[in-house]
Design a protein around this ligand. Structure first.
Ligand SMILES: [Zn+2]
Length: 129
């Protein structure tokens, strides 16, 4: 099946930012004409910009994510804060991310319990804390 274009960008950096955003939602995608336009940025209008393409099965999900990306709702979508597994409180603080740590850590304000969601992520088996 031929890939479909979800979004067109006039500069390569914007396209790369959205590509990373989509990949954070496990949508496989690739850019077209990005190499040419990184060398000849002034040709963007002439060749119709950088195209971000996905598999046709992912088109709806990617289009919805593009809408929320344009409207700046990405943080809300990304930051789903769970309830405390010990006391079910919803007063939960996401701890600041550390370099090299690819899961989220939380602390409960009510019982001080700390936990992480690393078992929710498909981590590299070689990952060492
Ligand atoms: Zn708690």
């Amino acid at each position: 099946m031929a890939p479909v274009t979800v979004a067109v960008f006039y500069n390569v950096l914007d396209a790369l930012i959205f590509k990373s955003f989509l990949e954070s939602y496990s949508v496989t995608c690739f850019l077209a004409d990005d190499t040419f336009l990184s060398i000849h940025p002034m040709a963007s209008q002439a060749i119709g910009g950088v195209k971000l393409n996905v598999h046709p099965d992912d088109f709806e999900k990617a289009s919805a994510l593009f809408q929320s990306f344009k409207e700046g709702k990405n943080e809300e979508l990304l930051a789903e804060i769970p309830h405390c597994p010990e006391c079910s409180s919803d007063s939960v603080l996401p701890l600041p991310p550390e370099p090299g740590i690819y899961y989220n850590e939380f602390r409960c304000f009510d019982c001080d319990h700390e936990w992480n969601d690393r078992n929710l992520h498909d981590l590299n088996p070689g990952h060492i804390e």
